[in-house]
Structure formats: structure tokens, C-alpha cells
Design a protein around this ligand. Structure first.
Ligand code: CP3
Length: 343
């Protein structure tokens, strides 16, 4: 039977007049209904582990906008928590974690197969969603890339330049590499269960890939992505995989071929023309629109939507932002973007 889900068609390489569309962080604080459900759950982490409410917030943007894909509501930092790290969120400041500073901290973590009891509610969210999503909507599962997750585990928080993680990499590379190895293996187990529970695509978020340069990028961003994707495809033949090595710059070139990713997600620091020439030539691309346009709106939002659609129109493309939609975005701007895109 011919594939009817637009997102899966783009991921298999089809060029479409109107590309499929979804937004990173589409379930989030810019939506009043999200804030209401989060309040009902109590806090962000309680929402992540409440399967019914996590499914509810995943569905909210689908109901409101009819996006072509829903992304599982969870967080990349649930995996280190499942491995035994402490995790909490400071209101208005973001995530805080216990820190890994050397071999001791690494040894205290659990093994790759010990995460599933902790993650059971997340898998249940996937099962609810695969029942309740409209038949034309694709369910995307996800995990953080090992490097990005490691930056939080090492620093205990988000950092501007990922300095603590770079320091560990340089001063105790054996421990650092072993942490990346554990995260790579655990990510494969975690994503496999998401797929068994109904996710149809997986995406790997490497938000801090851009701070790895040269050989370090190949070793700790490209190699783990390649391992995860090849193992996922071996276990789940035909599973489409999206990779997001954010701010990789020139390292975007050839990333899909080298890792086996079916689609590379682009941030908004690379120019669209450059991405058409250097990245889309190898297959499907996603993203590239500046998130701030969802705040500022107006004619510029309409013009940019049409410009990006047109620029990528000669090859497979999934319309999205270059990073997550922000809490100060105007929900009405999403509607304006969708009208400009779909006509
Ligand atoms: O995209 C989606 O709608 C799916 C759910 C999702 C969340 N986080 C929910 C979330 C996904 C895919 C993520 C990925 C994630 N989480 C990344 C990679 C993508 C990126 O943004 O670079 C990272 C680095 C994290 C870690 C994280 N989680 C941070 C740094 C923060 C604080 C920053 C912020 O926006 O508040 C979070 C919290 C978070 N994760 C929120 C949401 C909806 C906001 C929490 C809230 O509701 O208060």
C-alpha cells in the first residue's frame, strides 16, 4: 500500500509541493492549554512521567494546528535520571543534575539494560499516542545524543560553552569515552522500546554538537549517531531516523551519508541556499527557520515561510524551525505560518 503519512513520505525521499510540517517544542509553554496541563501535573518532570497527561500535551498542538507529526512528550534528561543521576528543574533557570567528575561517578551509574522500569511511563505514553493520534499523523520518538546528554551530566546544568565536558574529555578521556559509550548503548535500548511502543521515527538531538570541532566532532558526535542509527535500523528494518547535530556548520556536509540518517535537521545559523547545495543534495532536510519569527510574526514570517519552502522545493523537505519554539511565541503566528505554507 502506498504510504499516506506525509512525514514518512518525505523521509523516504519524496519531494512534495507542500512539505510536511511540525515544530520542535510544539508542546510547550507558548500554549495556554500546555500550561494548564502542566499545572495539573504539578511540575515538568511529573508531567513527563504521567502517561495520560504527557499524551494529552503531545496531542494539544495536533488538535490546534493539525501538524503532520507529533513528538513524544518527554525530555532528553530522563535517560541520565534512569541511569541513576539526580535531576530537578529550577523554576526559570532550567535543569540541574548531580555531576560526574571522574571514574567514581561513572561507576555509580546503572547499566544500559536497567532503565526500563524507570522509563515505563514514557513507553506507556507512546502506546497511548499510537492509539489516539489521527491516522495521518506520524509519531516521533527521540533521545538526546550522547555528547549533549553528557554535557549536562558532567556540568550538572546547562552551560554556554560546555567547558566542564570539554575539560573531562581532555583530562580523563577514558572516563569521558566510557560515559559516551554507556549513553550510546542505553540510548539504543531506550529508543528501541519507544519504537516497540509505537514510535514510527526517531530523532537524535545533539544540541551542543557545534562545540565539538574537527576530530572530536567525528569521534563524539558523528560516531555515536552512526552507531545508534545503524543498530536501530538493524533491529527495526526501515525505521527512519532524523539527526540534529545543531550548529555543526561545515560538519553538516556528508553527515547523513556518514551516519545513515534519513534526514538531517538544520539549525538557523546556516543559510538556506548553502543547505540546499551542501546538505539537501544527499537527502531529506528539516528545519532552518528562525524561532524568533514565531514571536515577531508579521509579513516577515509569511515571507520567510514562503522563501524557505521555495528554496527547499526541489528535494525532500520537512518544514520546521532551527530550534525549539520559545515560550514567548504567539500561538496565532503558528497559524499564520501554516497558512503561508499550505495556502
Ligand atoms: O519538542 C517537543 O515538544 C518534545 C518534548 C521535548 C522537550 N525537551 C520538552 C521540554 C524535547 C524533544 C526536548 C529536548 C531537549 N531537552 C533538548 C534538546 C533540544 C534542544 O532544545 O536543544 C534539551 C537540550 C533538553 C534539556 C532541557 N529540557 C532544557 C535545557 C530545558 C530548560 C529550557 C526550557 O526550555 O525551559 C528543558 C525543559 C523542557 N523540556 C521544557 C519542555 C516543554 C520546558 C519545561 C517547562 O514546561 O517548564
Amino acid at each position: 500500500m502506498a504510504e499516506t503519512k506525509k512525514l514518512l513520505r518525505a523521509l523516504s525521499g519524496e519531494t512534495m509541493d507542500v512539505p510536511p510540517v511540525w515544530l520542535m517544542r510544539q508542546a510547550g509553554r507558548y500554549l495556554p492549554e500546555y500550561k494548564a496541563t502542566r499545572a495539573e501535573a504539578g511540575d515538568f518532570l511529573s508531567l513527563c512521567y504521567n502517561s495520560d497527561l504527557a499524551a494529552e500535551v503531545t496531542l494539544q498542538p495536533i488538535r490546534r494546528y493539525g501538524f503532520d507529526a507529533a513528538i513524544l512528550f518527554a525530555d532528553i534528561l530522563l535517560l541520565p535520571q534512569a541511569l541513576g543521576a539526580e535531576l530537578w528543574f529550577e523554576t526559570g533557570e532550567g535543569p540541574r543534575m548531580s555531576t560526574i567528575t571522574g571514574a567514581e561517578g561513572l561507576k555509580a551509574l546503572k547499566g544500559k539494560d536497567d532503565i526500563h522500569d524507570h522509563m515505563a511511563p514514557v513507553y506507556e505514553t507512546c502506546r497511548i499516542l499510537s492509539r489516539e493520534l489521527p491516522k495521518e499523523t506520524t509519531l516521533i520518538g527521540f533521545a538526546g545524543a550522547p555528547w549533549t546528554v553528557a554535557t549536562y551530566m558532567i556540568a550538572g546544568r546547562g552551560t554556554k560553552d560546555q567547558a566542564p565536558a570539554h575539560a573531562l574529555r581532555q583530562e580523563d578521556e577514558a572516563t569521558f569515552a566510557a560515559l559516551i559509550e554507556l549513553l550510546t548503548e542505553a540510548t539504543i535500548e531506550y529508543l528501541s522500546k519507544q519504537v516497540e511502543a509505537g514510535c514510527e521515527v526517531v530523532k537524535i538531538f545533539d544540541s551542543w554538537a557545534g562545540s565539538l570541532k574537527g576530530e572530536a566532532f567525528d569521534k563524539y558526535a558523528l560516531e555515536p549517531a552512526k552507531r545508534i542509527i545503524s543498530e536501530m535500523k538493524a533491529r527495526h528494518p526501515g525505521l527512519p531516523c532524523i539527526a540534529f547535530p545543531r550548529e555543526a556548520g561545515d560538519k553538516y556536509i556528508g553527515f547523513a551519508k556518514a551516519t545513515g540518517a534519513d534526514c538531517v535537521a538544520l539549525d538557523n545559523s546556516v543559510s538556506t541556499e548553502w543547505a540546499v547545495e551542501n546538505v539537501q543534495k544527499d537527502g531529506c532536510v528539516q528545519g532552518n527557520m528562525a524561532p524568533k519569527l514565531m514571536v515577531t510574526g508579521g509579513q516577515e514570517l509569511i515571507d520567510e515561510t514562503k522563501r524557505i519552502k521555495e528554496a527547499f522545493s526541489k528535494g525532500p523537505h520537512i518544514f520546521n524551525l532551527g530550534h525549539g519554539i520559545t515560550p514567548d511565541a504567539d500561538p496565532e503566528n503558528v497559524t499564520i505560518m501554516l497558512e503561508a505554507l499550505r495556502g
